[in-house]
Design a protein around this ligand. Structure first.
Ligand code: TRP
Ligand code: SF4
Length: 330
């Protein structure tokens, strides 16, 4: 049986952080061995929130891709490309926008949440409302059927499936309905206990130095009931503990016990976490600096990947145009 195609993307709106690593990248690295994978830098999607100051996007694209490679993506096994270098995304977005009822977009819970989260930005734009249509185009251009995403993206996947059904019903079977692949890793909160987000600046970046990591971890909020060193802790409500659960697996039962019995203080517990994170990121950071030694390599990777992506995307777009009776080649 032919391998199933996987497509996923991240928006280059800032630095790659631990949430991206646990929620997406580590999973991508696993998937590249099993499937035909395409991983996309969603720079057009980034524009939907960053349109007022788009300059950093170019820089972020490069730096983010270096992080992806440092985390273990291997272009011998997968394709990495930049969304805007494949104009078919914008073209198919337009075609799909013709058949997508406004109500489907307005009902989207992720849209409402994001508007709330990015309060400082004016997101009452047509592009932002149409975000899931662009995401649908991303997916169906490659006839990708497996889409690794976080839970917040499930409404977008459902919309993609609805748009596919509507297109196929109107014009004939061109597109495939995508399925989400969810990771079972619980979502990491930011260091301030809010949702981890680039707009809140409450994350640990893959490139953070040991000092920065230590500083960020020491500022984290713990169990508020532990006022004195001798007070027993409640690890289940402590954010530091949830990080330990992700990164200190082998030591977690002892740590739980030591927290509950006040054998360990919160500062020691945080020091431990900082050290674990520093060690965890050390390998990635070393890999990163080796990649940085050969800057042209990253350009080549993106050039090559975008060319590969474009070959697939343009064939699908032609098919879609033909199905709609819009082809100039007939
Ligand atoms: N919307 C996704 C996010 O914010 C990023 C994305 C863009 C994406 N296009 C995609 C994810 C296509 C999966 C498939 O995380
Ligand atoms: Fe949290 Fe650790 Fe303090 Fe327990 S000891 S409350 S797990 S920081």
């Amino acid at each position: 049986m032919a391998k199933q195609r996987v497509l996923s993307g991240l928006r280059p709106t800032g630095e790659v952080h631990l949430g991206n690593l646990l929620g997406a990248l580590n999973n991508w690295v696993q998937l590249q061995d099993k499937h035909d994978c395409l991983f996309m830098v969603a720079d057009l999607h980034a524009l939907s929130s960053e349109y007022a100051d788009p300059k950093p996007i170019r820089h972020n694209i490069r730096e983010n891709v270096i992080d992806w490679l440092a985390a273990g993506l291997d272009v011998e096994k997968c394709t990495i490309f930049v969304q805007s270098r494949v104009p078919e995304h914008a073209e198919l977005h337009l075609l799909l926008s013709m058949i997508t009822p406004l109500g489907w977009l307005e009902r989207n819970p992720t849209y409402k949440e994001q508007k709330e989260e990015l309060k400082g930005k004016d997101l009452s734009t047509y592009g932002f409302l149409g975000y899931p249509i662009l995401q649908t185009a991303d997916i169906v251009l490659y006839k990708a059927t497996l889409i690794p995403v976080g839970e917040d993206q499930l409404p977008h996947l459902e919309l993609a499936r609805e748009i596919v059904r509507r297109f196929n019903h109107l014009y004939g079977p061109v597109f495939l309905e995508p399925q989400p692949i969810l990771t079972h890793i619980p979502k990491l909160l930011g260091t301030d206990n809010r949702k981890m987000s680039k707009s809140y600046q409450n994350y640990i970046a893959l490139t953070d130095s040991p000092d920065t990591i230590r500083k960020k971890v020491l500022q984290m909020i713990t169990d508020p009931a532990r006022v004195k060193r001798g007070d027993p802790g409640h690890p289940e409500i402590c954010n530091v503990y949830s990080y330990h659960k992700c990164f200190s697996e082998g030591k977690i039962s002892k740590l739980t016990e030591d927290c509950r019995t006040a054998k360990i203080g919160c500062t020691d517990c945080k020091e431990m976490l900082a050290q674990v994170l520093i060690n965890y990121l050390k390998g990635i950071q070393e890999h990163r600096s080796r990649i940085k030694d050969d800057p042209e390599k990253v350009d080549e990777i993106l050039e090559e990947g975008s060319k590969r992506a474009k070959a697939i995307a343009s064939a699908t777009l032609k098919e879609a145009m033909a199905a709609m009776g819009m082809s100039n080649e007939l």
